[in-house]
Design a protein around this ligand. Structure first.
Ligand SMILES: [Zn+2]
Length: 383
């Protein structure tokens, strides 16, 4: 073993370095590099963060990205990616990757899926072919992809749902969590995260957390939120749900969100998040800045020589005017999606860095006040 190898951790660990109120900052160490928390994970659905080169994604400050089991199992298939050396090599991203379990996306195929105790059978949205996902198959696919952080296979009901439906679904997910752990096996250089369910119900969230802790995971996700309940209801749930989880493991809020959702979640004790919003919005001309949300196709930008944000150091802001970005968006030039996605991802990572620094220096409340004041200043387009 050379000296370099001795310095590379061969297992995944989490160190919680500082807290400020309920907000936390720390580092998840992995053999593929450190993940600074709180962390925002860009979404690379089909083995690419749309409109971005992998080195550009890294340049925005992302330590980890998310891949989708559902999409990759259908095309190009996990077996093909495995034969080609795994997802990191396939997509040229050598930092950590977290993969979802496929559960959430399969569940949203209403009418095309059948749910049993064993798992879910469904028809591909691409060609109608029939597939099965079970806890065991999801673990196999995520292992073939080479995912560093693997998610348990779970079921997530859409909200609102009645209490019986939420309880039945949560208990099924807990049985699947035990099967996921068993199938994952002993892989200390990879992590398996359990997923808490239970809707907005405090008693079910606690029951779910207890069941997951009994099984034992490397990290814990808060699932089943950001599914239509609205920000106020989500924050109400986050006021108690993370407190049921172990303090010494990372906590991941799945599928969130807008900048103010992210800040509110970190304030309530969340360490990791993912969302398609910055990349998807970049392609539709929606721009997030310190001062609010711009719609670059708005005519008020067509003669404006200023950058999107004069303080931003991303390539879109350093080198291009709002007038140019307006023009290439209206002309449907590809550089529009590239530059606006880069800016949005850069801005989201800047928020994360700001929160990490603020928590480390016990100034999260001041940082949060400045964040909200900047947005209230109002460089905002009607959408
Ligand atoms: Zn920028």
């Amino acid at each position: 073993m050379g000296r370099m190898q001795d310095q590379t951790p061969n297992r995944i660990t989490f160190s919680l370095d500082a807290t400020d109120g309920k907000a936390r900052t720390g580092v998840i160490s992995t053999p593929r590099g450190d993940i600074r928390t709180p962390a925002f994970m860009p979404v690379g659905t089909a083995a690419t963060v749309k409109a971005m080169m992998p080195e550009s994604v890294a340049a925005t400050g992302a330590d980890i990205l998310l891949g989708n089991t559902y999409h990759l199992m259908l095309r190009p298939t996990a077996e093909r990616i495995d034969r080609l050396g795994g997802l990191h090599k396939f997509m040229n991203w050598d930092k950590p990757i977290l993969t979802d379990s496929g559960g959430f996306q399969v569940m949203s195929l209403a009418g095309l899926r059948k749910l049993t105790e064993k798992g879910v059978t469904f028809k591909s949205h691409i060609d109608g072919s029939k597939h099965e996902l079970t806890p065991e198959r999801s673990m196999e696919i995520q292992r073939l992809l080479g995912s560093d952080i693997v998610m348990c296979f779970d079921e997530c009901p859409a909200l609102p749902a009645d209490r019986d439906r939420i309880a039945d679904s949560m208990r099924l997910s807990m049985r699947w969590a035990a099967r996921s752990k068993e199938a994952f096996g002993d892989r200390p250089d990879h992590a398996l995260f359990g997923i808490m369910q239970g809707g907005l119900e405090r008693d079910f969230r606690e029951e779910s957390a207890e069941a997951l802790k009994e099984i034992g995971f490397d990290g814990y996700a808060v699932g089943g939120l950001a599914v239509g309940e609205g920000q106020a209801a989500m924050f109400d749930c986050l006021d108690f749900a993370p407190g049921f989880l172990p303090k010494d493991k990372p906590r991941y809020l799945m599928g969130v969100g807008k900048p103010d959702d992210i800040v509110g979640a970190v304030k309530r004790g969340i360490d990791m998040m993912d969302c398609v919003l910055p990349s998807r919005s970049g392609r539709t001309g929606q721009v997030f800045t310190r001062h609010g949300v711009l719609n670059i196709k708005n005519a008020r930008h067509q003669d404006d020589p200023r950058p999107l944000d004069e303080n931003c150091t991303c390539p879109a802001c350093r080198n291009y005017s709002r007038a140019y970005l307006h023009h290439v968006f209206r002309a449907q030039e590809m550089i529009s999606g590239m530059l606006l996605t880069w800016h949005n991802l850069h801005y989201f990572q800047e928020i994360m860095q700001g929160m990490r620094d603020a928590i480390a220096t016990q100034s999260f409340a001041e940082w949060e006040a400045a964040f909200h004041a900047g947005r209230a200043r109002g460089d905002i387009d009607p959408l």
